[in-house]
Design a protein around this ligand. Structure first.
Ligand code: SER
Length: 503
């Protein structure tokens, strides 16, 4: 039992036998939470169950949840390809208690699964707890027989989990495995903690509070449990490999990319292969859930992910668009667990092909400009902001693609210069726009659009959704509040209503 598909089913079966309802993954675009860019954890679909707003017919659940961490509070995009464990798309295995069991049973269930079902060696394991959480420390001693030195107390937000700026939250306890001295890194809480030696693979959150606003935190109606295990990390442990990219699923994707490119990974190119495999997963799953590449919001995060992968394909010598050719391999690997992949295969393939065909038109010229502009630069230098902006504006290079391209040479980008160039261009646009006759009467929409971006249209996917009010407009002016009976326009960040004119 160690293939990714088997680990997923062993986990779900274990919790099903322990009286948990097996619930399907929710989509990557959260319908019940307009504040969140992407579903970034298993608990997102249960947010309102924790707070008591929503009732379900069960008080224990288990899921394998599609998650993306590439934008918003939890963002791993920059690290992908360069560490052994970061991914933009991953599967989070979780068990949840909604006011049913709490700390002791959660620790016991986790301990039995990893030591009995998964067979991990106790002497390789250690845990962290929030520094004031004596209770959790006590249960770890009792259940796992750990001595104090294997229960590390962490005083920072690393051991206080929150989904976003608001929402359910609480202290947490993370389970780590020591993968041996031959890998660089130190235990959590030490200066070397970012190394890969001590790998965190399961986070048990003791949900106790709801962050209502930045300054107000209240108790949840009943203490609850939310846990999240990284499936890919567990696969790397059980398969005895150092990196998530060496697990069966990623190995297969990288093999298919290698045969399409006519070359395999070596020390210089391995990061590019890994970026391609990871970004393929996030791109395909996002498109399957209705996100399309665009210049705004979620669509722009998708575009950044896609284009980053496409630059790496170019780097590996792809003569034609590559990403779309890898889709069948992904459907083969993951289509059974996630049927939406097979259902959306044609749409996914077309979207990837179109985006890569378009981007390749400017990619080579953009890379030429970039290499000219950095010819004389060395490690520690900075690329000027105007060039980075030109690459963005004219050649379609998202800023992080430019940063990624310069990363290996240790050259950074002048971010203030980039923002300046962007502001200048906006100011120019505003000037010419304000003078355009009749439209000038509607100038109020300009700052609204500039501050909040476009409202995202969800109508192809759903006829019901929550939105976050971003502006109220009354008589051509932005207002802070409106009273009953006032006629105001309400601007929201996402909506299933279709904008009939002006997009
Ligand atoms: N919500 C927690 C996390 O994402 C545990 O599931 O780590």
């Amino acid at each position: 039992m160690s293939g990714v598909n088997e680990i997923r089913s062993t986990f779900l079966d274990y919790f099903r036998k322990e009286g948990h309802e097996v619930v399907a993954s929710s989509p990557l675009v959260p319908r019940n939470d307009p504040t969140l860019m992407f579903t970034n954890a298993g608990m997102v679909q249960f947010k309102n169950v924790f707070t008591g707003l929503e009732k379900r017919p069960y008080s224990r659940a288990t899921t394998a949840q599609k998650s993306v961490r590439a934008g918003g509070k939890h963002n791993d995009l920059d690290n992908v390809g360069y560490t052994a464990r970061h991914l933009t798309f991953f599967e989070m295995l979780g068990n949840f208690s909604f006011g049913d069991y709490f700390k002791e049973r959660a620790i016991e269930l986790a301990w039995n699964l990893i030591t009995r079902e998964f067979g991990l060696k106790k002497d390789k394991l250690l845990v962290t707890v929030y520094h004031t959480d004596d209770e959790a420390a006590g249960y770890w001693k009792k259940i796992a027989g750990f001595s104090d030195d294997r229960i590390i107390r962490i005083p920072t937000s690393d051991n206080f989990w929150a989904m976003g700026d608001t929402g359910p939250c609480g202290p947490c306890s993370e389970i780590f495995i020591d993968r041996g001295e031959h890998i660089w890194g130190g235990p959590p809480g030490t200066p070397e903690e970012d190394g890969d030696r001590f790998l965190e693979f399961w986070n048990l959150v003791f949900m106790q509070y709801e962050q209502v606003t930045k300054d107000e935190r209240i108790d949840l109606p009943r203490p609850s449990i939310d846990t999240g295990m990284g499936l890919e990390r567990m696969a790397s442990i059980l398969q005895g490999v150092e990196s998530v990219f060496e697990t069966d699923l990623f190995r297969h994707l990288i093999e298919v990319a290698s045969s399409a490119l006519g070359r395999g990974p070596d020390a210089d190119t391995v990061a590019s292969f890994r970026v391609i495999a990871d970004h393929l997963r996030s791109s395909c799953f996002l498109v399957a859930d209705g996100v399309l590449p665009s210049n705004e919001g979620r669509g722009y995060v998708l575009r950044r992910i896609m284009r980053r992968a496409m630059r790496h394909a170019q780097l590996l010598g792809a003569g034609d668009p590559l990403m779309w050719r890898l889709v069948p391999a992904l459907v083969r690997e993951m289509g059974q667990a996630y049927p939406e992949l097979a259902r959306g295969e044609q749409m996914i393939t077309e979207t990837l092909k179109l985006e890569e065909t378009r981007f390749r038109k400017t990619l080579v010229r953009g890379l030429g400009l970039l290499s000219e502009a950095t010819e004389k630069l060395g490690a520690g230098d900075m690329l000027d902001g105007e060039t980075a902006f030109k690459l963005y504006d004219t050649y379609g290079f998202p800023l992080d693609l430019t940063q990624d391209a310069l990363r290996q040479r240790n050259i950074s980008v002048d971010l203030a210069g980039f923002t300046n160039a962007m502001e200048q261009q906006k100011a120019e646009a505003r000037k010419s726009w304000a003078g355009s006759g009749e439209a000038a009467t509607e100038t109020v929409w300009f700052p609204v659009r500039e501050k909040n971006g476009a409202s995202e249209f969800l109508g192809y996917e759903t006829e019901q959704a929550e939105g976050l009010i971003q502006a109220l407009v009354s008589d051509g002016k932005i207002v802070d509040s409106a009273a009953k009976g006032d006629a105001v326009a309400v601007v929201v960040n996402q909506t299933p209503f279709y904008g009939e004119s002006g997009g």
